[in-house]
Design a protein around this ligand. Structure first.
Ligand SMILES: [Fe+2]
Length: 200
């Protein structure tokens, strides 16, 4: 059922001007190309899914192919949230955030060393500083999020932009006026989830 979505994500990565854009994309593509997708998936709805109604095509064919398939499948996908955030982040944040883990430990396609998924955030949310051992590559598919790294620099992004985080880099995001859709991949220590970093 998600075969087409995984194929379009692989095609998106191969559409970038430099392939692999980052070395970690090579093993991700290997996994995407060889993924064995289950026939059936147990859907799990989250309130954030409503924001997909306001997602606009980007004009980039490879991005829009992924978005089109995401929108088609959204009602039957298992939307989830990071368990460690549930008792910490606000009700407003939790009502406007969620992701689908397509590949990874305990994901739709089980894999011990690679995570691939798509996250969705409503307008004007602030994702507090967090970190994880895994190496991470984000691609903006929709929205205009700003990313902050540990050096305090703020990176404004738009659809098609890539943001790379080495292991344990502290990062935070501020989401723009329209819903944000981020494609992510993790490699390395992909088992542990992200954890929030306390200020001060
Ligand atoms: Fe991250």
């Amino acid at each position: 059922m998600i075969d087409g979505l995984l194929r379009r994500i692989a095609e998106f990565h191969r559409s970038r001007p430099v392939v692999p854009e980052f070395p970690m994309v090579a093993p991700v593509l290997e996994v995407l190309d060889n993924a064995l997708c289950p026939a059936g998936i147990e859907p799990r709805f989250l309130p954030v899914v409503r924001h997909l109604d306001a997602v606009e095509p980007s004009g980039d064919a490879a991005i829009d192919a992924v978005l089109e398939e995401l929108l088609r499948l959204a009602p039957v996908l298992p939307w989830r949230q990071t368990v460690g955030y549930l008792d910490v982040l606000s009700r407003d944040y939790l009502d406007n955030y969620g992701y689908v883990q397509l590949v990874g430990p305990n994901a739709i396609v089980e894999h011990p060393a690679v995570r691939v998924g798509i996250g969705l955030w409503g307008p004007h949310l602030h994702y507090p500083a967090h970190q994880h051992e895994a190496e991470e590559l984000y691609h903006v598919l929709a929205g205009e999020p700003s990313f902050s790294g540990c050096d305090g620099a703020i990176l404004a992004t738009r659809p098609g932009d890539a943001v790379h985080h080495p292991p344990w880099q502290v990062h935070s995001q501020d989401f723009g006026a329209t819903p944000t859709v981020l494609l992510y991949c993790w490699t390395g220590a992909v088992g542990p989830d992200a954890i929030l970093v306390q200020a001060g």
